[in-house]
Design a binder for this molecule. Structure first.
Ligand code: OAD
Length: 243
């Protein structure tokens, strides 16, 4: 489908929906200067990302894990929301509800002004005790290696859902409720490969609700959705939602 035809069809779906749910992934933050997982080949300084983002990695080498997350916190501190984040935030003015279900941990949707954000994979700006779970307060951008909990001898860890860990039931419930409640589901900047996050998009297709995908490349969802728009989120989303 030509881009203009797709945009026209997408705009009709947007106009017809009162409640919108949006699943986002690393691609929406790419134009804010944050690397996606697949684009970097899944590597960080020759470590597989899976090897610095598991509870086993943290137990083996917490300094290496904090080096990885401090590098991401430094990059995140420089990052600003881009026109893709801002267009989704502005959509709240025109709809009864807009729920963002994000796999991103960078907090850029909230910085852009979105008020209902379900963070399926946690948030890089938070840390908690690996032992008792107590949240840590007032951390600098670079967390000193081997920081301890204020109330027990446990080490602080990033408040991120790592590979092999379960997502928080309350976040899964909030995402499922947004999916059930919406008249339009959008999928932006995700390779749709990581479960259970991707399953919300496939479930939206199964529910028969309109689904619009925005991605630079084709994904396993592209042939299933109502409209698949190929391009950068920071360019396509404003054109889809506000032109
Ligand atoms: P990926 O890195 O797997 O995929 C990024 C997607 O964004 C790809 O499909 C790109 O084509 C697309 N993309 C890149 N730049 C874009 C742009 N400017 N506009 C639109 N699309 C663009 O990232 P995720 O799907 O988010 O999990 O990965 C899911 C999870 O895998 C992450 O949350 C992370 C990772 O392992 C955890 O950390 C638990």
């Amino acid at each position: 489908m030509e881009r203009e035809d797709g945009l026209a069809q997408g705009r009709k779906l947007v106009a017809g929906a009162r409640r919108v749910a949006v699943l986002t992934g690393a691609g929406i933050s790419a134009e804010s200067g944050l690397a996606t997982f697949r684009d970097s080949g899944g590597l960080w300084e020759n470590h597989r990302v899976e090897d610095v983002a598991t509870p086993q990695a943290f137990a083996r080498d917490p300094v290496l894990v904090w080096e990885f997350y401090n590098a991401r916190r430094r990059a995140g501190a420089q990052a600003r929301p881009n026109p893709g984040h801002l267009a989704l935030a502005a959509l709240e003015q025109r709809k009864e509800s807009v729920v963002i279900i994000t796999q991103n941990v960078d907090g850029l949707h909230q910085k852009a002004g979105s008020t209902r954000v379900v963070e399926l994979h946690g948030n890089i700006w938070r840390a908690r005790c690996a032992r008792c779970g107590r949240a840590a307060a007032d951390l600098p951008v670079e967390v000193p290696f081997l920081s301890y909990c204020a109330s027990c001898p446990g080490l602080l860890r990033p408040d991120i859902v790592w590979f092999g860990e379960a997502l928080a039931p309350r976040d899964l419930e909030a995402a499922a409720a947004a999916l059930q409640d919406c008249g339009l589901f959008m999928v932006v900047g995700t390779s749709a490969q990581v479960q259970p996050a991707a399953s919300f998009a496939f479930a939206a297709v199964g529910r028969g609700v309109g689904v619009i995908e925005v991605n630079k490349e084709e994904t396993p969802l592209s042939s299933l959705v109502s409209v698949s728009l190929r391009g950068e989120a920071g360019e396509v989303l404003p054109a889809l939602l506000f032109v």
